[in-house]
Design a protein around this ligand. Structure first.
Ligand code: UDP
Ligand code: MG
Length: 310
């Protein structure tokens, strides 16, 4: 058992690794020497693994975990959490957008009784207006669809007690939406405000497509309300159809029936698009069931290197 573990998922983060190592080590040392830095190499195509193993050669606080391929950020986090031995566990990005120096006030809040201290972004440098706008809409939507309340400016940067990590690891679901799953576990969760910096080096690994996938995984993983919505929409459409029928009979009786191809065409397009949307929603859930019933392991570890040296 360690006092403190830090999980750092890395996908093509070579230029950031020495810097995050330096700043994290300084932040951890404040709480004694009984800590470990778990670097998870998520199938990087650059020399990240080499950079991590170099660190491990000189420092026995390093745990270097090499995944067998790129599994994505969420799974890399789970791999790190299942390797960590700490009584308290910090999750942090490798790109220094999350300042390691926040560990100190987070620890203070934890010692005052919190089980999870999650960091909420007061400001975000270097993010596009569109991304911030989309994030705001997404968290609002997630909030109305589910019972898990996730503040819209929260990432995975958080400090957790061991019991929360165990609760999280007891959830075998796939795909995983880490921040939502941790919020779902309950316990005493408190927030801390911080200013999110720009990336130290390199580019963001999340493009619009990946963010959309994450959003869909989050919604289908936490709510069946979209399925209900299709049912309610169906009922509304039945009433609409009945009203339409009433109008047709009336106009036929009153002798004002005109060749109504345009209204028919509009109706057809409308109903067809509804059907496709509903099929898509159902498909989303079937896809999830498909992934779940296969019960594949979430990840494979190619190698773990524990640091030696001083
Ligand atoms: N990451 C990962 N696997 C991936 C994509 C990203 O481990 O497939 C890591 C990445 O190295 C970083 C963290 O997840 O440490 C967050 O990624 P990024 O900074 O690209 O996301 P953003 O901050 O832009 O949301
Ligand atoms: Mg980042």
């Amino acid at each position: 058992m360690k006092n403190l573990s830090v999980i750092i998922p890395c996908y093509n983060e070579e230029p950031n690794i020495p810097e995050i190592y330096k700043r994290l080590s300084a932040a951890c040392k404040e709480f004694g020497d009984d800590y470990e830095l778990v670097f998870v190499n998520d199938g990087s195509e650059d020399n990240s693994w080499y950079a991590i193993t170099r660190l491990a050669e000189g420092d026995n606080h390093i745990v270097a975990v090499d995944l067998s391929r790129n599994f994505g950020h969420e799974i890399a986090l789970t791999a790190g959490l299942s390797t960590a031995l700490g009584e308290k566990v910090l999750i942090i990005d490798a790109d220094l957008q999350d300042p390691p120096e926040l560990l100190s006030p987070m620890m203070k809040m934890m010692n005052e009784g919190a089980d999870v201290v999650y960091a909420v972004r007061k400001t975000r440098k270097g993010e596009s207006f569109l991304k911030l706008f989309a994030a705001r809409i997404f968290y609002r939507l997630l909030g109305t669809l589910t019972e898990v309340k996730i503040p819209f400016d929260t990432g995975d940067f958080r400090l957790m007690q061991r019991k929360v990590v165990e609760a999280f690891l007891a959830m075998p679901e796939n795909p995983r939406f880490t921040r939502g799953m941790i919020a779902w576990t309950g316990f005493r969760q408190v927030s801390i405000l911080y200013d999110r910096d720009e990336r130290f080096a390199g580019k963001s690994k999340y493009n619009f497509r990946k963010l959309l996938h994450l959003a869909l995984d989050a919604i289908s993983g936490f709510s069946v309300k979209p399925l209900r919505l299709t049912f309610y929409m169906g009922i509304i459409l039945v009433f609409l159809g009945m009203a339409m029928l009433g109008y047709v009979i009336w106009s036929w009786n009153a002798g004002v029936a005109v060749p109504g191809w345009s209204s028919l065409a509009v109706l057809l397009i409308f109903l067809q698009s509804c059907q496709f949307i509903f099929l898509g929603i159902i498909g989303e859930y079937i896809g999830r069931v498909f992934t779940e019933v296969k019960k594949r392991p979430l990840f494979f570890i190619r190698e773990v290197k524990r640091g030696n040296g001083k």
